[in-house]
Write a protein that binds this ligand. Structure first.
Ligand code: ATP
Ligand code: NCN
Length: 238
């Protein structure tokens, strides 16, 4: 499994999961969006339902990828000890692996009940540009370090790019770009509140009221919000 805030999910997450799935011959990689990531500022984290939907959109085409709601459906701060217990209960015969990037692995000793984590899953630490991957201080038989293709992408950078009107195409899957634009996630402009009960309290673009037209509207919104047209100087016909 791979736990994360996924705000938004990006190709760094997906490449790491794909590489570990192949290297370790895993049957499945379950992406688990966090409920309340207690080590991140609550005010800066998007609603769980949006992060869940973006994770579903990003993983839908891969038959070995799936998404679990266990963390977003559990009240209170998200602790991996609870995630692992829930997944073990749901999959009593499965051998569990927890994929984590170098930055998250370096903070693992601060996680709740860390001494009990090693009995519940084997941790796979993966390389991430800008971070040092180390198993120092961690039980040798509990962690395996693995190199994955370097993707210098972070969710923080993706969010900042949206705020600045820069493109996030190719940093996140196309459907995630469309979801961000459709619901005006991360945008600096004043949002309105969704009438969709599943996304209650969630900010959306007020223009997207008709589902029949939302795709084309989202596409045009994406053009203006994320892919500004280059300035083209017409040739002088003379
Ligand atoms: N580019 C990447 N390469 C490898 N691992 C990554 C990469 N980005 C994130 N991860 C790992 O994926 C997991 C979930 O990360 P998370 O959802 O917090 O993404 P993030 O890009 O670090 O987000 P933020 O910038 O908001 O902190 C963590 O274990 C993290 O180390
Ligand atoms: O168990 C904890 O105390 C704990 C503290 C911080 C992070 N985690 C988990 O680590 C994973 C990556 O978290 P993050 O914040 O880097 O997105 C995710 O599954 C989190 O739930 C877990």
């Amino acid at each position: 499994m791979m736990g994360g805030t996924f705000d938004p999910i990006h190709h760094g997450h997906l490449v790491a999961a794909s590489e570990v799935q192949a290297l370790f011959d895993l049957d499945e990689v379950v992406f688990v969006p966090t409920g309340q990531p207690w080590q991140k500022a609550a005010s800066s984290v998007s609603p769980g339902e949006h992060r869940y939907l973006m994770t579903v959109i990003a993983t839908a085409s891969n038959p070995r990828f799936s998404v679990s709601r266990v963390d977003i459906d559990r009240d209170g701060p998200t602790y991996t000890i609870d995630t692992l217990r829930d997944l073990r209960r749901l999959n009593p015969d499965a051998e569990l692996f927890f994929i984590t990037g170098a930055d998250a692995l370096s903070r693992i000793l601060s996680w709740k009940d860390v001494d009990e984590l090693w009995d519940l899953a084997h941790f796979i630490g993966v390389t991430r540009p800008g971070y040092h991957l180390s198993e120092s201080g961690l039980p040798a038989d509990g962690v395996t370090l693995t190199e994955v293709p370097a993707m210098a992408i972070s969710s923080t950078d993706c969010r900042e790019r949206v705020v600045e009107g820069k493109p996030v195409w190719y940093l996140v899957p196309d459907g995630v770009v469309q979801h961000i634009n459709k619901y005006r996630l991360y945008a600096a402009s004043a949002p309105v509140v969704s009438t969709d009960p599943a996304l209650s309290g969630v900010s959306v673009n007020g223009g997207l009221t008709d589902p029949a037209t939302s795709a084309s509207t989202a596409a045009s919104a994406s053009t203006s919000a994320s892919a500004p047209s280059p300035t083209i100087t017409p040739k002088d016909p003379a």
